[in-house]
Design a protein around this ligand. Structure first.
Ligand SMILES: [Zn+2]
Ligand SMILES: [Zn+2]
Length: 329
């Protein structure tokens, strides 16, 4: 999310204010502590309103709609492949330069920096749907999980202790501290290339939709859909949300086993992010995509609650075993 406050040095802010966090201890995010951040609320509201204004100022055309959708999905990939599957879960490897590309691309989605995002997300998996989950719809309601927690003062700082494996890269820390740089560069480039129509449809409207496209995984994907695995949280699998989010809708699979680069596990579980990662692997830009190991499949026989398919053997038969040669550590 956009933030107006001045960038703060990463080594003094969150570590002091949140000394126990980052090692599995309790995060300090709660609606009853702190306040809604005026700058974040204002900017979120402004981007929504400018997006709607864009439709009025520049009536829809096929090219503008295509720009809006294209801008949505390319930045969604920055979030799903970069922020989520790479920085939060480290499900594949890549070079330092492409790591930065992923962080920059994700940052253009205007959901703060990669390290902020990944550090908070690691806490979500640690405390899913418990009282101290950052954004559980079960604990604090749908709107808090969808959007409230992001604009709340208790979540605005990066939990540096939770993302120490990436703070050794100064370019990532700078990008995280200067969260508006990538969105401004992106929006300015659009304006330079296509003027007002490109700016309003390609950035403001696309970004507003992209926020909700991302946020539904925290909100809807914990209340709407089917459950293949009896995870300790309320995560769901949902085809519609998977289409909207390049594969993140297979959230119950993901909560059951979050170390896989692949979240759609069966051939029909569409996972656009994974297909793109496989392509990048063939181009030698990424490598060592982690799959779903045997022990996860065998474990599924005892706690799977979906009836299609319900046993480990059926799962193995149904899955497209393109992960066979991949590391599953
Ligand atoms: Zn979740
Ligand atoms: Zn995750």
């Amino acid at each position: 999310m956009l933030l107006l406050e001045s960038p703060k040095p990463h080594n003094t802010v969150e570590i002091l204010s949140n000394p126990a966090n980052g090692d599995g201890s309790k995060p300090q995010v709660a609606p009853d502590r702190g306040h809604y951040e005026p700058s974040a609320v204002f900017l979120m509201t402004a981007v929504h309103m400018l997006g709607i204004a864009g439709i009025v100022l520049y009536p829809p055309s096929w090219s503008l709609i295509a720009l809006c959708i294209g801008s949505y999905y390319i930045r969604m990939f920055g979030i799903t492949a970069g922020y989520h599957r790479y920085f939060a879960h480290r499900t594949f490897r890549t070079s330092r330069w492409f790591q930065f590309v992923l962080a920059f691309l994700g940052s253009t989605a205007t959901q703060r920096g990669a390290l902020w995002w990944a550090a908070h997300h690691r806490d979500h998996h640690r405390h899913s749907d418990t009282e101290i989950d950052l954004h559980s719809p079960i604990q604090r309601g749908f709107w808090w999980s969808h959007i409230g927690w992001i604009v709340h003062s208790s979540s605005t700082a990066t939990r540096w202790n939770n993302i120490k494996d990436f703070t050794k890269y100064p370019e990532l820390v700078v990008l995280d501290n200067w969260r508006l740089v990538a969105p401004i560069v992106y929006a300015t480039t659009l304006y330079w290339l296509g003027g007002g129509p490109a700016l309003f449809w390609g950035y403001f409207l696309s970004t507003a939709i992209l926020w909700h496209g991302t946020f539904v995984i925290n909100s809807l994907c914990h209340v709407w859909g089917s459950r293949r695995f009896e995870t300790s949280d309320t995560s769901r699998n949902n085809l519609w949300l998977a289409l909207l989010t390049l594969g993140e809708g297979w959230h119950n699979n993901h909560h059951h086993y979050h170390s896989s680069a692949r979240q759609g596990w069966l051939w029909w579980e569409v996972d656009g992010t994974y297909y793109a990662l496989k392509l990048l692997e063939k181009l030698r830009i990424v490598e060592k995509l982690k799959g779903v190991p045997e022990r996860v499949w065998s474990r599924s026989g005892s706690n799977a609650i979906s009836n299609t398919p319900s046993t480990a053997a059926e799962l193995r038969t149904a899955i497209n075993l393109i992960d066979a040669t991949e590391s599953a550590t």
